[in-house]
Design a protein around this ligand. Structure first.
Ligand code: IFM
Length: 449
């Protein structure tokens, strides 16, 4: 294919050791929802319920990555991408969430790992990207303290079967998002609501992150172990003390609540008083088990949030003023396009004692159109370029940032948004499963070459 126009960015500016990659997740891509002994996940159940997903979309087939993984790995290779982040579907390898294992599921991930390695692509495994086995949800899911034990056992299985070849691991993906959306707001699986469910899930997921990391460290001592957090640059709507305080509370909730305990700093209860209710679920020994010395932290930043004080919103007393209301440019998700957010976030997280920071997700959803066999997604190309410029600026200002993974390889199932929000470097026709590399993918390919 022809070379694609390039920006002034050059890969070498980021340094020889900078990691370049692309990210996906099992539920969003694999399909094959009940193939070869797989159990149901909370997302299989949630998507089957009426009215939960836009346009009634489901992920029974998704991108059919289960069957077309070899083709997609060939495409990663064609795009010159050296690192591939994907997640393991817990119910595919442990259908009920606990022993016994499903050998066919293990075989499937072995094929992926072996194929990646044969192509010279480094596998990066996310252990939990939101698809909890449904049978565990029946027992309370993350609201049940037993979840810490279930998760550690699952991690041990992954470590034992894949740890001989996989070096890079991420324990949990974006805990603030799946607990907030799934256990407080009820707009993601498992559809639970309320502060009690949310706080219990929060604490158990935090404990599980550390327990999982410890289990991995024990079984795969050489592993490069990280975990990923969603993060956002927060700004007050005005400079009034009320808005500034509200912005501080939202910043605490979205950026600090999950990372600070695992870094040994405890929950930031002083800056977000509702977190004091967590004390109902924290047992005496927990405080000794909340921290782990991660090799890296994955940051996933897409936008900024502008915050106004509001007495109408319980627990937080703040509302987010949407991009639409502010009349600023936004993606298909309604997220403002604001590349400096990434710089601010990198600067902020550099204040913590973190060994390595990797941007494990960044990308944009736009309504791409396939025309004459091509997708000219210039907005996404610019989005990625503009965010890379911010990373470069952060590096030049002396902040630690060690890698960048695009979300996502292919268009895929975007949770409650269904297939409307296309994030891929590669377009997917969901009727035929035909792949077409978009302009952004071609640009990334040439940039990485
Ligand atoms: O698709 C999601 C992914 O699963 C988690 N991080 C954000 C992405 C875009 O919304």
């Amino acid at each position: 294919m022809n070379k694609v126009e390039t920006s002034f960015l050059h890969k070498d500016q980021f340094g020889q050791d900078f990691l370049w990659g692309v990210s996906t997740a099992a539920f969003q891509t694999e399909g094959a929802h009940d193939a070869d002994g797989k159990g149901s996940s909370i997302w299989d159940v949630f998507t089957s319920q009426k009215g939960k997903i836009k346009n009634g979309h489901h992920a029974l087939t998704a991108c059919d990555f289960y069957n077309s993984y070899q083709n997609d790995i060939d495409l990663i290779n064609e795009l010159n991408i050296p690192n591939f982040r994907f997640s393991i579907s817990w119910p595919r390898i442990m259908p009920t969430g606990i022993h016994p294992i499903n050998q066919a599921g293990i075989d499937y991930y072995n094929k992926i790992i072996d194929s990646l390695l044969a192509s010279g692509i480094e596998p990066w495994i996310t252990l939990y990207h939101w698809d909890l086995p449904h049978d565990l949800e029946v027992k309370g899911g993350w609201t049940n303290r037993e979840s810490v034990k279930w998760f550690s056992e699952y991690v041990a299985v992954c470590a034992l079967y894949f740890g001989d070849r996989v070096k890079n691991w991420m324990v949990i993906n974006e805990p603030s998002v799946f607990t907030g959306a799934g256990y407080f707001l009820g707009i993601h699986a498992p559809g639970k609501k309320g502060i009690t469910n949310y706080l219990k899930a929060m604490h158990h997921v935090t404990l599980a992150t550390v327990a999982g990391a410890k289990s991995l460290r024990k079984l795969v001592p050489e592993a490069n172990i990280g975990t990923t957090f969603s993060c956002t640059h927060i700004e007050p709507f005005s400079q009034t003390p009320k808005d500034i305080e509200a912005a501080k509370r939202v910043d605490t909730l979205l950026n600090r609540t999950f990372i600070e305990p695992i870094l040994g700093l405890g929950y930031p209860q002083a800056d977000l008083p509702v977190l004091k209710k967590l004390n109902n679920y924290i047992l005496e020994d927990d405080l000794n088990n909340l921290a782990f010395d991660f090799d890296f932290i994955g940051l996933q930043c897409y936008t900024r949030e502008v915050v106004k004080a509001s007495l109408l919103i319980p627990y937080i007393g703040a509302e987010l003023i949407s991009a639409e209301k502010r009349n600023v440019i936004a993606t298909e998700m309604g997220w403002e396009v604001y590349p400096p957010a990434l710089y601010h976030v990198l600067k902020k997280f550099n204040n913590y004692n973190i060994k390595k920071i990797i941007v494990t997700e960044n990308g944009a959803a736009f309504p791409d159109i396939l025309k004459n066999g091509k997708v000219y997604d210039i907005k996404r190309t610019h989005y990625i370029q503009d965010h890379l410029e911010q990373i470069l600026k952060a590096k030049q200002d002396g902040y630690n940032v060690d890698g960048y993974f695009v979300w996502s390889l292919t268009d895929n199932f975007e949770w409650a948004e269904g297939y409307n929000a296309r994030f891929g470097l590669i377009h997917v026709d969901f009727d035929t499963q035909q792949r077409t590399i978009k302009h952004s993918g071609l640009w990334f390919r040439d940039f990485l070459s």
